[in-house]
Design a protein around this ligand. Structure first.
Ligand SMILES: [Zn+2]
Length: 209
């Protein structure tokens, strides 16, 4: 018996999300890896229909495999959006076979796509942690960082330009600038006085009316 166990091309091991199934030998494309099995649940049976767990695998409207039993090694296989295996359902035989869809190297984690329903219910709320989703997130983060850096550099360049402009202006106008400033101030005083006067007239006018 140990011979047959060691002949299996996989082992249970630590994965990013807990446990997972890993290839221990090269697995060719298109071969059966393991069967996903467990008690058959009949949707017409009320007791069966009440069973709820993460390992239910529906094979037809009527039949569902409850894969939560320990012996079902296939339950350790994690989901991936770009997997290296698939779940092949034979509804007539009520059998689920996990089959490779590409060559899998030793050490590689075996995974298949759990389907949109599972994804929506269990993975989307916590964020899918499969390799392709992690890669996407990493890329997005890197892009956001690059964008931020760009904006920062732009702001710095702008500030530097402003500073240089101000310096150049101060140099070229020299002492003349201070005289000019006085005139401007005086002009400003006049303007404010005019505005005040105007304000008064308006007020008076509105009172009369
Ligand atoms: Zn994913």
């Amino acid at each position: 018996m140990p011979a047959s166990t060691s002949a299996k091309p996989y082992r249970i091991g630590r994965s990013k999300t807990g446990l997972g199934l890993f290839a221990t030998q090269p697995i060719k494309k298109g071969v059966k890896i393991v069967q996903y099995f467990g008690p058959l649940l009949d949707s017409k049976n009320e007791k069966h229909d009440a069973i709820e767990n993460k390992y239910l695998f529906q094979i037809s409207k009527r039949w569902t495999v409850d894969g939560s039993i320990r012996k079902n090694i296939a339950r350790y296989i994690n989901h991936a959006c770009k997997p290296n295996a698939e779940s092949d359902v034979n509804a007539a035989k009520k059998k689920i076979i996990i089959r490779s869809i590409k060559k899998i190297e030793p050490g590689e984690e075996i995974n298949y796509d759990y389907g949109t329903e599972y994804f929506k219910e269990y993975l989307k709320p916590i964020g899918c942690k499969c390799d392709s989703c992690e890669k996407k997130r990493k890329k997005k983060r890197a892009e956001a960082r690059a964008e931020k850096l760009k904006a920062k550099e732009k702001a710095e360049r702008k500030a530097l330009k402003k500073e240089e402009k101000a310096k150049a202006k101060a140099k070229s106008s020299g002492k003349a600038a201070s005289g000019k400033a006085k005139t401007t101030k005086a002009a400003a005083k006049k303007t404010s006085a005019a505005t005040k006067a105007k304000g008064r007239t308006t007020k008076g006018k509105s009172k009369k009316a």
